[in-house]
Design a protein around this ligand. Structure first.
Ligand code: RIB
Length: 311
């Protein structure tokens, strides 16, 4: 079994559903409220785990009511809590999510809380697990120090390093140097490169900027239009799969978790992108972020049905 490790955010999603989202100053009568495990880091690791990897998240949460939701999730999934620090003085991260029932689109306010205490020390405390891992995966809901430290360890042990640069934050110059895979969506690609991404031509231009910054492979997720990939020599657009979406929260995380497992398993890049696409497609047909992540058998069945690929 391939192994994926990295610093990751642990957040509880507090999700309210309504027939439409309120405009500024408006109150809308909602229908349902749900509490569930979320956080980009934890969603991605859950996706990687269900897709077939052993995962080790380096994270932090409080010993509070929200923290219990995450504890239960890790126990039920059988995911390692070895590098999850639980501190009585910390608050567990939370996200306030509003879902439009008509379009399945969302709006999110995220409070990082304990996640902002995951830094260099915590990542280096897990160094022994970088030695035999197969991929390192992280995102932007911890600290910049955690990103840099995990990139250092990935580079030190020659492991593929995947950065999902979400949500957008101002990063120090040079951070992209030595990154194997960067996976922004259209708006993050624009924020980091200054190129507005509307067309495939724009994707190439944005990718060129990432290459200048030292990234080796660029994957821009384009929502319903699919996922664009380039390594500077070869490029491909993997179309998205048409499904009936009920909640899109965590779709990008599903893509990244599926991609991490595929890369950890050394799948060729076009197969890895299709594996990630299938993971994301199934996730949007279900409610919740971490709970919506599909299992490997489901991903493999969709790979066969959509792309005629048997793994
Ligand atoms: O990517 C979706 C995630 O972003 C949600 O689960 C929420 O926790 C926010 O961090």
């Amino acid at each position: 079994m391939a192994k994926v490790i990295g610093p990751g955010s642990l957040i509880v999603d507090v999700t309210g559903f309504a027939p439409h989202l309120p405009i500024e100053g408006e109150t809308v009568k909602g229908t349902t409220l749900r509490f569930g495990p979320g956080g980009k880091g934890s969603n991605q690791m859950t996706a990687a785990h269900r897709a077939g990897s052993e995962v080790k998240i380096i994270g932090r949460r409080g010993n509070d009511v929200l923290g219990q939701i995450l504890k239960k999730h890790y126990e039920t999934e059988g995911m390692s809590e070895e590098y999850i620090e639980v501190n009585d003085n910390d608050e567990t991260g939370s996200a306030l999510i509003e879902i439009d029932e008509a379009t399945a689109q969302n709006r999110i306010v995220v409070i990082f809380a304990a996640n902002e205490k995951v830094g260099r020390t915590e990542v280096y405390a897990a160094e022994k697990d970088f030695i035999d891992c197969d991929a390192v995966l992280t995102q932007h809901e911890n600290t910049v120090d955690a990103i840099i430290a995990s990139k250092e360890l990935a580079n030190k042990y020659g492991k593929p390093f995947i950065l999902n640069p979400a949500p957008y934050i101002n990063l120090p110059k040079g951070i992209f140097e030595g990154i194997d895979y960067v996976t922004p969506n259209e708006s993050e690609a624009e924020q980091f490169t200054g190129i507005k991404v509307n067309t495939i031509e724009d994707c190439h231009k944005a990718a060129a900027k990432f290459f200048e910054m030292g990234v080796k492979n660029v994957i821009i997720t384009l929502g319903v239009r699919g996922a664009f990939y380039s390594n500077g020599t070869e490029s491909v657009l993997i179309p998205s799969i048409k499904v009936k979406a009920v909640e899109t929260t965590g779709a990008g995380d599903a893509f990244n978790g599926g991609l991490a497992t595929a890369i950890a398993e050394k799948m060729p890049i076009d197969i890895a992108l299709k594996f990630a696409t299938c993971t994301a497609a199934i996730s949007v047909t279900r409610l919740g972020s971490s709970p919506s992540m599909p299992y490997r058998e489901e991903i493999l069945a969709l790979m066969e049905k959509e792309f005629g690929i048997t793994l």
